[in-house]
Design a protein around this ligand. Structure first.
Ligand code: GLY
Ligand code: MN
Ligand code: MN
Length: 362
């Protein structure tokens, strides 16, 4: 398998040249990982026209060698990665205008640029590496596909164990344990387990509420594999679903299907969002769908592109996005059905092979 990192660095250098920058200081750890393979928690990466240097600390001495190989030069700093950075930067000739990632630099560190870095000119940049990350290559897709399969397996195990009287935290514990034993490296976010009226809170955290007969139970969680995330939501009913539960579920399911089937590259994010929103509006649930249709996933659980009412940018082939319409009725309950798809020239390919028809748990 050819190493994608060389191509990624070359693409970044082309973007830097286009922005009239001699180099870029990268402080976003997911961006560092994308470009070098390094997955540690402390790093600075500098990419210049011909040179690239990664600085980290003693804790990662062995790991950084294993992960990065000879992709970039590596420097282990005994005290502060910043002091090593200034001495390294001084050794790079022809460096004048240098970018920094304005979304990923603490103000405290920005002050270092103005102080110790005053001999260079610093320019704020936005999304230079994020833009490269938007279209996934086949290796990345394989990791996301595996993360989706781990999530699917963990969900199946969890649903089998759910019983009336368990608390949301009990169920969350089963879900987290299942994710781990199915191979998830980490939880990309604390799983959402919300039952009964709490399922109307789109981002509820698991609570001590005991699950009762007739409740909706909403599970929203992800798995991580080789650093890449999946993001899945299913909503089930304990016991027999009521007429109203069936109606709301059917509307969200139709919105999910229309959006999954209709989304394609070349569309704007807002056009994709509208595919689902129209369905819910026609069902009288427009107001109940208060969030956006979806978002990109990859090394981060939320990344470019956005599928929302205001997203004007065009969706690109190779992007992996969530399709997650929902309807939330305060004090009553809510439904969300979230899948992950990769955008292909001819449409979308489903990554989350998980049944979607309403499950009534006995
Ligand atoms: N739970 C976060 C999301 O689905 O985007
Ligand atoms: Mn989710
Ligand atoms: Mn999501």
């Amino acid at each position: 398998v050819p190493d994608a990192r060389g191509q990624r660095l070359a693409a970044l250098r082309a973007a830097l040249a286009g922005a009239h920058l001699d180099g870029l200081l990268i402080t976003s750890l997911p961006n560092v990982r994308y470009l070098t393979g390094f997955s540690g928690s402390n790093a600075l990466l500098f990419v210049g026209a011909t040179d690239a240097l990664l600085l980290t600390d003693f804790r990662y001495q062995t790991q950084v060698g294993d992960e990065v190989g000879d992709t970039v030069r590596v420097r282990i700093e005994p005290t502060s990665i910043w002091s090593g950075f200034w001495s390294a930067l001084s050794g790079i000739p022809g460096l004048e205008i240098t970018g920094f990632e304005s979304s990923h630099l603490l103000h405290r560190d920005f002050e270092r640029l103005l102080e110790q870095g005053r001999r260079w000119r610093w320019r704020a940049t936005v999304d230079l590496v994020e833009a490269l990350r938007e279209r996934k290559d086949e290796d990345e897709l394989a990791s996301i596909r595996d993360a989706a399969e781990i999530g699917a397996a963990a969900l199946a195990r969890t649903i089998q164990s759910v019983r009336v009287g368990m608390t949301e935290l009990d169920v969350c514990g089963v879900l987290e344990q299942s994710l781990r034993s199915c191979g998830s490296e980490a939880h990309p976010f604390p799983p959402i387990v919300a039952s009964g009226p709490r399922s109307a809170l789109p981002h509820a955290r698991a609570s001590t509420r005991a699950i009762a007969l007739g409740d909706f139970l909403l599970l929203d969680f992800g798995a991580t594999f080789r650093g890449y995330c999946s993001d899945i939501t299913r909503t089930v009913v304990l016991g027999r679903a009521s007429e109203r539960q069936r109606e709301v579920y059917a509307a969200v399911l139709l919105a999910n299907e229309r959006a999954r089937m209709g989304v394609r590259p070349g569309m704007r994010g807002c056009d994709a969002d509208a595919l689902a929103r129209t369905v819910l509006e026609e069902a009288g649930l427009g107001e109940a769908f208060g969030h956006s249709l979806g978002h990109g996933i990859g090394l981060e659980i939320h990344e470019a592109p956005r599928l929302s009412r205001v997203a004007e940018t065009m969706l690109q082939s190779g992007a992996v996005v969530t399709i997650e319409p929902g309807a939330y009725v305060p004090e009553w309950g809510g439904v969300r059905i979230e899948d992950d798809v990769v955008l292909r020239d001819e449409g979308s390919e489903l990554l989350t092979h998980i049944p979607r028809e309403l499950i009534e748990l006995s």
